[in-house]
Ligand binder design. Sequence first.
Ligand SMILES: C[S@@+](CC[C@H](N)C(=O)[O-])C[C@H]1O[C@@H](n2cnc3c(N)ncnc32)[C@H](O)[C@@H]1O
Length: 417
Amino acid sequence: MSFSDQFFRALGIAPGDRRQLNAFAARSGVSPARLRYYNDANVLPSGGDLPRVLEAGGISELELMLAMGRLSRDTLSAIQANAAAVAKLLQASQPGDAQTKTVVNAPRSALETALGRLYEGDCMDLMPTLDSDSVDMIFADPPFNLNKLYPSSINDNLKTERYLEWCEAWLAECIRLLKPGGALFLWNLPRWNAEIAPFLTSRLTFVHWIAVDIKYSLPIQRRLYPSHYSLLYYVKGPQARVFHPDRLPMQTCPHCAGDLRDYGGYKAKMNPKGVNLSDVWWDVSPVRHAKYKRRSGANELPLKLMDRIIEMSTDEDDLVFDPFGGAGTTYMAAELKRRRWIGIEIGPTDDIVRRFADIDQDRKLLTGQRNDLNALFPNKVRAMREMKGLWTCESVRAATVDHPQQLRLKAIANSSA
Ligand SMILES: C[S@@+](CC[C@H](N)C(=O)[O-])C[C@H]1O[C@@H](n2cnc3c(N)ncnc32)[C@H](O)[C@@H]1O
């Protein structure tokens, strides 16, 4: 992740020219190492460094910030106050309107099912051919710009601002396609979603930042262990048309089915249909086992994740769109859940086509996973708890009916303990 030397350029330092860098350091009294940090992280200098840099560069703070693409609230307010004049100035130097863009490489159809169609090509060529306000839910899991090698050989090592510009371009199209009341989900590293969120918030209604607890890299020295992916959840317009999240089973010991927490007097209040889904998802495991992987490479999302998202935000027959196919997990989940879908993958689509030829394997997996939802104790866990004499919804209910007064007293005793 690197920026394209916007800081150096604004100060007239040619990137890579050590002589110019050292001369500027001597002039400003800010060390070359510090200047390099401001440039590489595209961070505005602060403290005593800021006036020194501005004076040596003969530049105002506002101009430096604009050149670095860093806007403060103050700057935004100033632009707002002069919106007409600024727009006129910018329009003169901007390329043509995106709406008038012609599609050069029409994506080819790679697979058609009863409910969906998969294209092979660039999503930026497909989206302009789709109608505005036509899609009920969009899920996007773009490349993370981590310099990964994809089968499509796309450039996964763009300069930071180019990557963000690209994300905003395809997201703008996604937003156009989304129906009012439709939901948009964006899966990415927290580092990227933190940058993209303000763009989305300016066009859609923020619903949640869901932290999906999956370890995604090895521990790094002097950093916290990266342990969650960010799943941004937005809707078009004031509220979602569909919202029916699954309820989850209560967490129990995987070996003895016993409680992991003391539920005390709250047992009777627990919903037999399960625990409310929160904005931290801890129960989704990565697809690691080769048996379940549909594509070599580590970027295939678990079916369980897509099942949950589609269940929460769509009804049967709704239309789902995912601009980044990968191994086709979104399309498979949509098909199995009887949603219509449109998909596209820029690289080879053979893995997705093969996956659909073997759809029963995913169907079995999905059925098994859904069996454990919307009940406080899945059947297997409940049977084990009954065998061990541990409480179940039924035993608590029976106790409440038989001895309501006793149970109330016990609850009071527990809560005051
Ligand atoms: C992170 S993977 C998606 C994985 C997918 N969610 C799954 O569970 O299998 C991103 C995919 O987007 C594809 N891709 C990248 N740029 C694209 C573009 N402009 N249009 C369509 N697909 C693209 C890449 O080839 C890669 O397969």
